[in-house]
Design a binder for this molecule. Structure first.
Ligand code: DGL
Length: 274
């Protein structure tokens, strides 16, 4: 039988933090993970380039039979999602769906903050797009105080397996200090990049205990379950054999080594070339 997996896309291995939680919550579905590791990081790239790369990945996932794709990448969600949804989908595949990770995360942050002082950590691209600021402003009717910090080095740290090193901790401390200096009252911080949950043990070292750190994985998993419940026309097309296939634009062995470490199970991957 032909599979119709749910596609999970990221610029690299960060989207695995989303895939892991989605599989925990919805283990019955088939999944394809696609990491564009050869071209990561996206965070420093222009709108046009992030859009072009993301659209290429979306088309590839459509070729693989996906009816539903999650952009498990905040930078792609900030810079490419809207154009893909409004301009490309109606032309390419009007019955297929592409969803992002920013909207679901902002709704949760609003419900978690106790004093309305919120921090956003993200890539340069996500932060400069102001997607979180705009979305949080909209859903809270302007009642939140939102401060942002772009963490240029965090994605390269994760992609290069430098997590936990002295060098990594230097940059993490610097960005956390900057954010808390901007607003010392922050009580909730959203990790607005899917790579960042891998750095949580280091991030926590520099944060007061009372500050909540919001990881998008469980949020996106719950919102996906809800989406599938509400959209039976999509849900019934998704096959359910509990499989997961991995694709990357970098050498398969490199991706496999990193993904195996993070997923805590043997990962076999296939290389894709554009
Ligand atoms: N995981 C991507 C995100 O959530 C990282 C983007 C990048 O490659 O810089 O934004």
């Amino acid at each position: 039988m032909t599979r119709t997996p749910i596609g999970i896309f990221d610029s690299g291995i960060g989207g695995l933090t989303i895939l892991k939680e989605i599989r925990k919550r919805l283990p019955e579905y088939d999944y394809i993970y696609f990491g564009d590791n050869a071209r990561t990081p996206y965070g420093t790239r222009s709108f046009d380039v992030v859009y072009e790369y993301t659209l290429e990945a979306v088309k590839k996932l459509f070729e693989f039979g996906c009816e539903l794709i999650i952009l498990a990448c905040n930078t792609a969600s900030a810079k490419a999602l809207r154009t893909i949804q409004q301009n490309d989908l109606p032309r390419l595949a009007p019955h297929k769906r592409v969803l992002g990770v920013i909207r679901p995360s902002t709704e949760t942050v609003l419900s978690l903050t106790r004093n309305n002082h919120v921090g956003v950590l993200g890539t340069n691209g996500t932060i400069s797009s102001h997607s979180y600021l705009i979305e949080l402003e909209k859903i809270s009717n302007g009642k939140l105080f939102v401060s942002q910090e772009a963490c240029h080095m965090w994605v390269p740290i994760v992609e290069n397996n430098e997590t936990g090193t002295m060098g990594a901790n230097y940059f993490i401390e610097k960005n956390i200090t900057n954010l808390l200096e901007t607003d010392p009252e922050i009580d909730t911080i959203i990790l607005g990049c899917t790579h960042y949950p891998i750095l949580i043990p280091s991030i926590r070292k520099y944060l007061p205990e009372n500050v909540l750190l919001v990881d998008q994985g469980p949020i996106v998993a719950e919102k996906l379950a809800d989406y599938l419940n509400r959209h039976s026309e999509i849900e019934k097309k998704c096959t359910k054999e509990g499989s997961v296939a991995y694709y990357s634009t970098e050498q398969a062995e490199n991706f496999e080594a990193k993904a195996t470490l993070f997923m805590k199970e043997k990962v076999k991957a296939t290389t894709i070339q554009f």
